[in-house]
Design a protein around this ligand. Sequence first.
Ligand code: ZN
Length: 377
Amino acid sequence: MSFFLWTVRTYRNCLIRIVTTLNVLLEELFMTFVEILEKLSNVCGVTGREDEVRELMSKFLKPYVDEVKEDNLGNVIGIREGKKNAPKVMLAGHMDEIGLLVKTISKEGFLQFMKLGGIDDRVLLAQKVMVCTEKGPLHGIVGSKPPHIQKEDERKRITPYDELFIDVGAGNAEEAKRMGVRIGDPVEFDVKFAKISKNIVIGKAFDDRAGCAIMIETLKRLEKTDCTVYAVGTVQEEVGCRGATTSAYGLCPDVGIALDVTIAGDTPGIKEVDAPVKLGKGPSISIADSLLITHPKILRMLIETAEENKIPYQLEVGLPGGTDAGRISLAREGVPSGTLSIPTRYIHSPTSLMSLADAENVTRLTVAAIQKIPKHF
Ligand code: ZN
């Protein structure tokens, strides 16, 4: 090859690489909220195995913060520096999702599993799942016995999870191992994101990829604030808010806000007193749950902000369970904290449903609250 040709080709290849990189960067910068939620919802992030979500979160946070770092437990932390003496606000969206872990591989090639997070045994039966192996994802199903051969009492009882198994189509244990299955592999539900109407989306792991996506959107829109903002994608929330505990200790914020989902109790068979929050009626501001009684200053600030900005909101009291805010509030000498939630149907099941209007209003309220915090703290 002549020197001239070699030089032209080298320059051309460099140019192609630069254009491709710029394209990827621009694409990420102009991704809509729905596109970001879709990407986050579709990846595997079973509790304690949040790597794929962490990678996306770092990429999505980067353009809107001064620094992105990862701590010892795997929390991803985006830092937007504010004024020196202004309050430091920690936002938390948990990256993990409920799921399963391969416990044993039977000699016939079936996988027994343990549950991570609150999963109702009734929703497991006959589900399509993905076993996330080192060799890549493997399709599988949670096996079930056809009704034809079930005994009367079998039909009436709920099969406990430890009597269920995952079938990846392997003929025996050796074949399952050859396919890549190892004990301890995480297993996610095989559900893909979809927009089913103008305003409604369904998908996997909205608890709490919806909170993660809102956190990114909040930073994107947050133009002026004196506060330092820590945007934290936390790990292991579903098994006791472990990532929030360590990240809040390390960051030592002045205010904590968890962005999470809550039960939309507006489907048949749910009493208003058990779950009063409804889909499409705006962010839920939690007053008290099992882990946190929202600090009065935070509660007042969130309600005032919603009213001043004409953002619809719902108040929620006494929901069993808690969010990262509960753990943030107990860090060091204590951190005034609260939770803003997106009303979501069918949480802790394979597929959830939420309204984009609610997500938009949670984002608006979070942005406005951060701007208001210096006046209150
Ligand atoms: Zn959650």
